[in-house]
Design a protein around this ligand. Structure first.
Ligand code: 5GP
Ligand code: MN
Length: 369
């Protein structure tokens, strides 16, 4: 009895230490931007490029444009370069018309990066995430500042404002501007861009990455003029009819359930994408369908894009999508939301997915629904 009591105590102490050390790591903020702040003093005319991951989402584009407007107000020469195009439902964002698409204007984008003093890298931490523009950024002599909230940065940056313990890069942009004593420069346009990214990356403030700071920042943005209802409508009620046609087809015919592994799987080939005339952004959110089904803890969406097969993963509970993605599909991301890619055919990629999945049986069956 005595033995078991002290063993229980030791076990409890070990558990608390484990939780504390995990939390201190997860709470960690790495901020090495002090050295770059003098370059951001108002009026110094610094040339700045802001870039973000390929096929930017609302957080990626919102953070880029928010920072763009802020730096323009400080008197900088700023350009946002997107490695690719992005969905139509983001085109309302103020500054959208100034964004340079690398794929459409490679020469200009390359020159801007070559001439830049500073390149901000937002919402990614691995140059692979910006496709071929990554080589240009790598070669550029500019100082690189990474502002990001994903795990496992590869270390290409010179300065970083990084933590995994935040809802979104947009929330980090707010904190970065506040740290630089620039809160009074946040106007309605900047507030709307930041609000859109936070709203999108938190699933309208429902994911567990949503903290009290997220809500405090959102409240300040609303006070400044961000219109929550309008931004929700612009992002969520602004899709093409083709997206809904494809959605119907996917739900009716393409949502495969693997009940013994609590997994849902959707895959789409080129012919299907062409049949529905699918545009960038039309499959956004499809990976979540599977998770809405009782008993499902892991959901995968596999799409045959022109240059590669792209994969999205979502989970509920403790099942680590990011580990799954990085181990098998050269990807990464967060615990419950990750992605990857494959240069194999769609069929071979689906086959590999089905083949490796049973290795995770225990983790899948013990993940909380
Ligand atoms: P989504 O499924 O919405 O494209 O991406 C979900 C999450 O996974 C995002 O946080 C995104 O940054 C990350 N992610 C998506 N694709 C990749 C990838 O190919 N590599 C890495 N490292 N992360 C990815
Ligand atoms: Mn993000």
């Amino acid at each position: 009895m005595l033995f078991s009591k002290s063993a229980a105590k030791i076990g409890l102490v070990a558990y608390i230490l484990r939780v504390l050390s995990k939390n201190s790591k997860d709470n960690m903020m790495e901020d090495t931007t002090e050295g770059i702040l003098p370059f951001l003093e108002p009026g110094s005319g610094t040339k700045i490029v802001i870039t973000t991951h390929h096929k930017p989402d609302a957080d990626a584009l919102g953070s880029s444009l928010a920072l763009y407007h802020y730096l323009v107000k400080l008197g900088k020469q700023v350009t946002v370069v997107s490695p690719t195009d992005y969905p139509m439902n983001l085109h309302w964002m103020p500054g959208n018309d100034k964004v340079v698409n690398f794929e459409e204007n490679e020469e200009l984008a390359t020159q801007l990066a070559k001439d830049a003093d500073i390149i901000f890298c937002l919402d990614f931490n691995d140059l692979k995430r910006i496709n071929r523009f990554g080589f240009v950024v790598h070669e550029a002599s500019a100082k690189k500042i990474m502002i990001d909230h994903h795990r496992n940065p590869t270390g290409f940056d010179d300065y970083r404002f990084w933590t995994i313990n935040t809802s979104s890069t947009c929330e980090l942009i707010y904190d970065f501007i506040a740290k630089n004593e620039g809160e009074e420069l946040i106007d309605e346009e900047i507030a709307s861009c930041i609000y859109a990214g936070i709203m999108a990356d938190t699933g309208s403030f429902r994911f567990n990455s949503t903290s009290s700071n997220t809500h405090r920042v959102a409240a300040k943005l609303i006070d400044i003029g961000a219109d929550s209802a309008k931004i929700h409508a612009l992002l969520l009620d602004n899709f093409s009819l083709t997206r809904y046609r494809l959605m119907g087809y996917v739900l009716y015919k393409k949502l495969h359930i693997i009940p013994e592994l609590k997994t849902a799987l959707v895959y789409l080939n080129q012919e299907e994408l062409q049949r529905f005339n699918i545009q960038t952004g039309d499959t956004e959110g499809f990976v979540n369908f599977g998770l809405g089904i009782k008993g499902i803890v892991f959901s995968a969406l596999i799409i045959d894009r022109t240059v590669m097969v792209k994969m999205s993963f979502r989970s509920q509970g403790s099942f680590p999508c990011n580990e799954f993605a990085s181990t098998h599909f050269t990807g990464g991301g967060h615990l419950n939301a990750a992605g990857g890619s494959s240069m194999d055919t769609l069929e071979a990629t689906v086959e590999k997915f089905r083949h490796v999945l049973p290795q995770y049986k225990d983790a899948l069956l013990s993940s909380e629904e």
